[in-house]
Design a protein. Structure first.
Length: 217
């Protein structure tokens, strides 16, 4: 009987000793450090919030994604970063050293927002009603009609001055003509059938009459 009681006491003592040892090992501080990177491109995720779930104490990773925090075994570490899904990690209780390193992968979190349509009116119906009832002033409409008239456009084209390219082409044509007939009598335009064709065409189109009217004005 005494042997059984002694055995029971020794067993309880060993159990309490192991429990105290386990609690003591869990209370050992761990230097928990590492980096936070993206899961697809392995780029650093800066300014990630890292904190212990139980105590709410934490830190923030630097521009290179590096962080370092003091924790205990079995602590749950939470990771939060803008544009990424939250992540967590539990420090294992099987580590034998007072430091632990981690490479935490962060997964991108894509948020799709619905399309927003902005109108200068409260509703789309008000916008349609205002657009359909819009009245263009008669003065502006008449000015636009005159500017787009065929005669007005033709007169603008005829009186439009030559640009640099046109002046250059005209100079080259005159110079080439002079060099072509150099040392001989140049042909008279009155015997040129092409010149007569251009004259008749201009006469039918009334170009000489318009120039006469412009000179009188």
């Amino acid at each position: 009987m005494k042997f059984l009681v002694l055995f029971f006491l020794l067993s309880v003592q060993q159990f309490l000793y192991n429990e105290i040892q386990a609690q003591g090992s869990e209370n050992i501080l761990i230097q928990f450090s590492g980096i936070t990177i993206t899961g697809d491109s392995l780029n650093p995720v800066p300014f990630t919030k890292i904190f212990i779930k139980a105590t709410k104490k934490g830190t923030t990773s630097d521009v290179y994604g590096y962080f370092s925090i003091v924790a205990h075994k079995k602590d749950t570490i939470l990771f939060n970063a803008l544009g990424f899904k939250p992540a967590s990690f539990v420090i294992p209780d099987s580590i034998t050293k007072n430091r632990y390193s981690l490479i935490q992968l962060m997964t991108s979190d894509t948020i799709t927002l619905s399309a927003a349509f902005i109108f200068p009116w409260p509703t789309l119906d008000d916008f349609k009603r205002a657009f359909l009832n819009l009245k263009i002033p008669d003065d502006d409409l008449e000015i636009a009609r005159k500017n787009m008239a065929e005669e007005q456009l033709r007169a603008a084209v005829e009186n439009y001055p030559m640009d640099a390219q046109m002046n250059y082409n005209n100079y080259i044509e005159n110079t080439t003509s002079k060099l072509y007939y150099f040392g001989q009598t140049q042909p008279i335009a009155i015997f040129n059938p092409f010149a007569w064709a251009q004259f008749i065409k201009a006469w039918k189109e009334g170009k000489f009459k318009r120039k006469k009217d412009q000179n009188q004005n």
